[in-house]
Design a protein around this ligand. Sequence first.
Ligand code: GLV
Length: 317
Amino acid sequence: MKKILVTRKLLRSCEEKAQGIFKATFNLNDELYSQKKLIEMSKGCDGILSALTDKLDANTINQLPDSIKIISNFAVGFGNIDLEAAKKRGITVTNTPDVLTDATAEIGVLLILGACRRASEGIEKAREGGWVWSADLLIGKQLTGTRLGILGMGRIGQKIAKVAKSLGMIIHYHNRSKLSEEKEQGAVYHKTLKDLLSVSDVLSICCPASKETIDMINKDTIEYLPKGAVVTNVARGDIVEDEAMIDALNRRKVYAVGLDVYKNEPNLNTGYLKHPSAFILPHLGSATKETRTAMANLAVDNLEEFFNTGNCKNKVN
Ligand code: GLV
């Protein structure tokens, strides 16, 4: 029986599934392992079922025992893993695509709604009490008729586009390549980031974090947005330069932000915490029972497929 280390607590049924297939070490208290502890714990294991909170950088990967042949990441994103370092050591890295598209797109739409319709301020006011209805109480931005720019029209971007379109938004997107008409569903393609940003009354960031996309939304590119644009991010915090975004919020270049992901999670830039126009969530994209179950089961299946065949369809390196 292959031995695996599961670095974070999974839903019970998924741990039971893993236990039926592997000799698995679980993280009963769901503590965040330091890199040193993760290396220590993986001794004698053949594989690791990791989470996006595990920073598997080159230094950590280089110190993993030789017995580790696969890192099965419990996420669609894999920015927490140095793929090249893993490849050099002959370690396969896999992810969990598809199964979290719907849940993550739902949060993507919530970010758009929450930021545009001033949900944070509304919740605070309702909780404080003492408010009185008035014709100009917390006037927000209406989605109907507003242009939504989608940065990264993959599975999640396409699902957000579909829902946003049903709310009357006009969809534009930028991607490495233009989609087929069937996938575009009437959305307007922009070849450059600048072109997309210049028509994005609301921006939805849906692209993966990679060397090309880190800090893509920065001091310079923010200026391409129309004045008073709304920026939302359901992908990865690394794509946004926080100081520039907070400055843009402060000078009303950006009207509001809706964020589920952050640089250095969970220690997000305190500028967002204090800002009334920041609608912020604690990385809830895939957080539904159905989706977290499907993701964990897929992460287990990826390990099983790899150990049985030496390969895996969800290999990313
Ligand atoms: C969640 O953020 C994921 O990448 O799965």
